[in-house]
Design a protein around this ligand. Structure first.
Ligand code: ADP
Length: 457
């Protein structure tokens, strides 16, 4: 109100000054009262015009975008301008803050690994994040305000959305044709809906794999169990000669052995999956592994194959010795098991140009058709089921090899042609290999260190 008294005072002053001037100028015409009134009125009128001009300036500013400051007048209009501008600026600041918050919310929803889509009361798309757009095959800009069910026509989804009962999520093939989606709808606001989508392709695949795995294990165990229970029944009900009894016990032993191998391989796999990566600073001489692998293969072959080992090496490999031995021996034993009597099995080790180490087993066995090669490392995948079982195979050997290779940063590669034999290669990275210091070098190294220490003293 600082403007009120100056304003009243200015009005009063204009009136008095105008009156005095009117009186002085009007004396010659002998009408002093009229002249005072006229002069006072004229002065107040001039003040009013001046005041109106200031008001017009403020209104012009208000009509505009208010990007510049309000007119900086003193008094009444100045205060109105200042207060209006202050409230406009405060509102602008709060709008900017709201926009920033909204932007943060949208960014957070955008960062969600799940799809979020909002539809209005008419079922039209209001907003969606890019994950939802990809799940439903939508374009967030182009498809805005389109009815969702016009664009996503999967019958299960349309029925779910229109059914209005959203307690459980619904699953259906993804409209982008790349797997399976799980969608949950939530009501919010005034008849609006939040559509939350999740790509469950991987989960479904893992579930299917687990189901297959359990079915396969059950099947693998049931077969020897059925044979065993048949033998037990035979022994219980039939009078057997000593020869027959011995034969049956041998067969029972074989079935028990089969189950034991299966359980051992299953435990190995479970352990490989559940344990931390093998140490990178625990070194095993490669030669020791090769000798052990060769010895195992010779025992299995019983002289039925021509078996060679090449690649004398002083190298050491970093990792879990037991795992490495099991992987290398698996490949060599497979070669012996699948190669007919009289065939060749060549086991070798060499260092490749980039410093990586290659363990290879080459055989002259039956070879493998091309279409089986990508599936060999799947659990229980067998090319020749009866040969595998007859030779004590579990169908898990190559999955164990692949796991061990991966855990040591290596790779398994198979090259095979029917009738021409197979070559299984395991390549370990250079970082996992080293040459130990020769004893002379080691001694020189320590004497140099001693010399350095004594000269330092
Ligand atoms: P298994 O215990 O049945 O040998 P693996 O996982 O070790 O299981 O091997 C998977 C399948 O790959 C085997 O059943 C066999 O059909 C095929 N296979 C593996 N090694 C050889 C090989 N050296 N020659 C021919 N076939 C092989």
């Amino acid at each position: 109100m600082s403007w009120l008294f100056p304003r009243l005072f200015a009005g009063f002053l204009a009136m008095v000054a105008g009156g005095v001037i009117g009186y002085v100028l009007g004396s010659p015409v002998q009408a002093p009262v009229l002249s005072v009134l006229f002069g006072g009125g004229l002065a107040v009128g001039a003040l009013a015009v001046f005041d109106t001009l200031r008001g017009v300036r403020l209104i012009a500013w208000l009509r505009g975008a208010q990007e510049t400051d309000a007119p900086r007048d003193a008094g009444f209009w100045g205060e109105i301008g200042y207060r209006v501008e202050r409230s406009i600026r405060a509102r602008e600041r709060s709008t900017l803050q709201e926009q920033a918050r909204l932007g943060q919310f949208l960014d957070a929803i955008e960062a969600s690994p799940n799809g979020v889509l909002m539809i209005d009361v008419n079922g039209q798309i209001d907003w969606c994040n890019s994950v939802a757009a990809s799940h439903f095959g939508l374009d967030p800009q182009r498809d805005r305000l389109q009815r969702l069910t016009n664009l996503v026509r999967a019958p299960a989804f349309v029925a779910y959305l229109q059914g209005g009962v959203y307690r459980e999520p619904v699953s259906f093939p993804s409209p982008n044709g790349l797997g399976t989606l799980s969608v949950l709808v939530r009501d919010y606001g005034d008849g609006m809906k939040l559509v939350l989508s999740q790509d469950i392709t991987e989960r479904e695949r893992a579930d299917a794999m687990r189901r297959d795995f359990v079915a396969n294990v059950s099947h693998e165990i049931r077969t020897p169990l059925t044979v065993l229970s048949g033998f037990i029944e035979t022994m219980n009900t039939l009078p057997l000669t000593e020869v027959e009894r011995k034969r049956i016990l041998t067969l029972m032993g074989q079935q028990t052995q089969r189950m034991q191998s299966l359980v051992t391989d299953l435990l190995t796999l479970a352990q490989l999956e559940g344990s931390p990566r093998p140490p990178a600073d625990q070194w095993t001489p490669v030669a020791r592994l090769l000798r052990q692998v060769e010895a195992d293969a010779r025992t299995l072959s019983q002289g039925r194959h021509q078996l060679t080992l090449s690649g004398e090496t002083a190298q050491q490999i970093a990792g879990a010795e037991g795992e490495l031995l099991s992987a290398l021996a698996n490949l060599a034993n497979n070669a012996v098991r699948y190669t007919p009597e009289g065939g060749r099995v060549d086991i070798s080790w060499r260092v490749l140009g980039d410093g990586s180490g290659e363990f290879a087993v080459k055989d002259t066995g039956p070879g493998i058709e091309r279409e089986h090669l990508p599936r060999l490392t799947e659990r229980f995948y067998r090319v020749d089921g009866s040969r595998s079982r007859d030779t004590g195979g579990t169908g898990l050997g190559l999955s164990i090899v692949k796991h061990v290779a991966q855990r040591h940063g290596g790779e398994l590669d198979v090259q095979s042609e029917p009738g021409k034999g197979s070559t299984f290669r395991l390549v370990f990275p250079a970082a996992r290999l080293r040459l130990p210091l020769a004893p002379a070098d080691a001694a020189r190294g320590s004497s140099e260190a001693a010399e350095a220490a004594s000269s330092a003293r």
